[in-house]
Design a protein around this ligand. Structure first.
Ligand SMILES: Cc1cc2nc3c(=O)[nH]c(=O)nc-3n(C[C@H](O)[C@H](O)[C@H](O)COP(=O)(O)O)c2cc1C
Length: 249
């Protein structure tokens, strides 16, 4: 990566030119930059303002708030759907994908939580490699939200208990199943298969219940409701503050 900055002959602005091989060293997350050259013309005064505050422009802030409002409304049940697809890195290195329900979302902590069975494949994946990404599309608003971050199984007794207490009976019931998810019920010739656990698996529903918290390092907003689709990316991988990039859709 090379970065050149020069002041243009005419006009009071600077052109930032960034030649990109793979995004490494640019300070921008690799997935958002591929080979090529990007440049950015900025009035001198605007660079001074951004440098001084480190803050987001109002427009950008509106989209970041949009992402977190949406996640919060999924968690409190006021969104049309609370379903989000979570991708993990599987044992073979291929992506593992499934739907889960958003249970908690905190802009302040930059976390999103879901619950699952401690015996599930996604928990095994997360224990091996905590990197996850998540995506949700809302049909009504035609907005897609994409997240990336690292997942952790929450140990905190009070935090687990608080979420468990809020679960509806049918959600708690999922943890009463002795058979872990994804176990074959029939052999290839149609014979029902038996199941004997290894004795190490938890027996109580509450002990099978896992609360997983994703520490979000990047978030993306894509609105396809208008002709000019709007796409914003936000990231906070190196510092607690959010930084933004407007992307071509
Ligand atoms: C609408 C919907 C919501 C779901 N919510 C959850 C959830 O909150 N937690 C969960 O573990 N599985 C949930 N599931 C089931 C998962 O998608 C998945 O099949 C299961 O957890 C096994 O995933 P794994 O084998 O990849 O770990 C949901 C499925 C659907 C269709």
């Amino acid at each position: 990566m090379t970065r050149r900055v020069h002041q243009a002959d005419k006009g009071n602005f600077v052109r930032l030119i960034i030649s990109v091989n793979n995004g490494i060293g640019t300070g921008l997350p690799a997935p958002w930059l591929s080979r090529g050259r990007v440049f950015l013309d900025r009035p001198l005064w605007s660079l001074a303002r951004v440098g001084a505050t480190g803050g987001l422009a109002m427009d950008d802030l509106q989209y970041l708030n949009g992402i977190w409002n949406r996640l919060r409304s999924m968690a409190d049940g006021s969104a049309p759907s609370a379903a989000i697809q979570i991708a993990t890195v599987s044992s073979t290195g291929s992506p593992g994908l499934r739907t889960v329900i958003v249970r908690e979302a905190s802009f302040e902590e930059a976390t999103v939580s879901f619950i699952t069975d401690i015996r599930s494949t996604k928990i095994k994946d997360i224990r091996r490699d905590p990197r996850v990404s998540a995506i949700s599309y809302e049909l009504e608003s035609r907005v897609q939200i994409k997240l990336a971050g690292t997942a952790a199984i929450v140990d905190d007794k009070d935090a687990r208990h608080a979420v468990w207490e809020r679960l509806k009976p049918h959600s708690r019931k999922q943890f009463e199943r002795d058979l872990p998810s994804g176990i074959s019920l029939y052999s290839s010739d149609g014979t029902p298969m038996g199941w004997e656990d290894d004795g190490a698996s938890p027996k109580e529903p509450y002990d099978r219940f896992a609360l997983v918290s994703i520490s979000v390092t990047s978030a993306e907003w894509l609105d396809v409701s208008t002709e000019d689709h709007t796409r914003y990316a936000f990231y906070r991988d190196r510092q607690p503050k959010w930084r933004s990039i407007r992307l071509s859709p």
